[in-house]
Design a protein around this ligand. Structure first.
Ligand SMILES: NC(=O)C1=CN([C@@H]2O[C@H](COP(=O)(O)OP(=O)(O)OC[C@H]3O[C@@H](n4cnc5c(N)ncnc54)[C@H](O)[C@@H]3O)[C@@H](O)[C@H]2O)C=CC1
Ligand SMILES: O=C(O)[C@@H]1CCC=N1
Length: 284
């Protein structure tokens, strides 16, 4: 074999040419940024990220080898798709800041809770394509679910691009905008509710004598497996529960305690409260 040197080529990004800005690269924005790179959706030079503090911009820039600044307008000018990852209350000021970069050719993809597509359209003052998304933190393992809805000026093609972007962090579902606050209360906040349930199940395991690591493993894998059963069998959860519940067995005794303790009602109230709060976040 000759001693020629071969150039190792990085695989081409699957959305070549698309320029994406992430304005507000915090927890969720950071998860998305890493997923875009890891899945080779975009090359580093296709991404323009911003944060609030210059030191964090420098650190992120060094870590990922891409353009991270505190200049939202410059990032927005360079991008075709502009992701909004700041807090809901900060969105109007951010839109005002980047307004000179907004036009009917751009897509704004907001994953801020609560903020309506129309308020972004109105702030932009042009026929801007605005898509609203609600991801959740299991996105970190590409195990998230993101609900998306389209504003008034969004084409089917633009919606497909948004879905492709969020498919790097898990599944996607398209809903009417009227459902977005409910989605936020259920799947946006839901991981926090489920962590509490897993933590409580693990604590229960410790209470009945299991080592904590074993109890946590049993609680988490049981939650994961049960979720997969719902998704992959398509059976109603009640039917799957019945299959666990042997007549006069132990499970039914546990279920009696859950019902007495009001777990169902408590979970319903938790999602309702989170949904209600999600409606308010845009106004503080
Ligand atoms: N954490 C979660 O589970 C989810 C969060 N969201 C939404 O994502 C958004 C961000 O939430 P997190 O990531 O949790 O919060 P975060 O506080 O980690 O992220 C916000 C980021 O925005 C940056 N920022 C603040 N002002 C800025 C400005 N003027 N210009 C540029 N960057 C600025 C901050 O430096 C920070 O990095 C919120 O609107 C939230 O509703 C949506 C779904 C789930
Ligand atoms: O708690 C929040 O406001 C955000 C939205 C959904 C999850 N985290």
């Amino acid at each position: 074999m000759s001693e020629e040197t071969y150039e190792v080529l990085a695989p081409a990004p699957s959305m070549p040419g698309l320029k994406v800005a992430i304005l507000g690269t915090g927890k969720m924005g950071g998860i998305l940024l890493q997923a875009f790179l890891k899945n080779n959706l975009l090359a580093p030079e296709q991404i323009f990220a911003t944060v609030h503090h210059a030191e964090r911009a420098q650190a992120l820039s060094a870590q990922f080898g891409l353009d991270v600044t505190t200049d939202n307008l410059a990032a927005a000018r360079q991008a075709d798709v502009i992701l909004l990852g700041v807090k809901p209350i900060q969105v109007p000021a951010l839109i005002e800041e980047i307004k000179p970069a907004l036009s009917a050719e751009k897509v704004v993809l907001s994953f801020a809770a609560s903020v309506k597509t129309q308020s972004i359209e109105d702030g932009a003052g042009c026929e801007l394509a605005v898509i609203r998304a609600m991801p959740n933190t299991p996105a970190m393992l590409a195990a998230g679910i993101t609900a998306l809805c389209a504003g008034r000026f969004v084409s089917a093609e633009q919606m497909a691009v948004a879905q492709r972007i969020f498919q790097t962090v898990g599944r996607t579902v398209v809903v009417d905008e009227k459902h977005m606050d409910a989605v936020t209360g259920l799947s946006g906040s839901g991981p926090a509710f489920l962590y509490i349930i897993i933590e409580a199940l693990a604590e229960a395991g410790v209470n009945v004598g299991l080592p904590r690591d074993v109890a946590t493993l049993l609680a988490a894998q049981t939650t994961l497996g049960s979720a997969r059963m719902v998704l992959e069998t398509g059976y109603h959860p009640a039917l799957l529960k019945d299959a666990v519940t042997t007549p006069a067995g132990c499970t039914v005794d546990g279920i009696l305690e859950l019902e007495e303790g009001g777990l169902r009602v408590t979970l319903i109230k938790a999602v309702k409260r989170a949904t209600q709060r999600a409606k308010e976040l845009a106004s503080g």
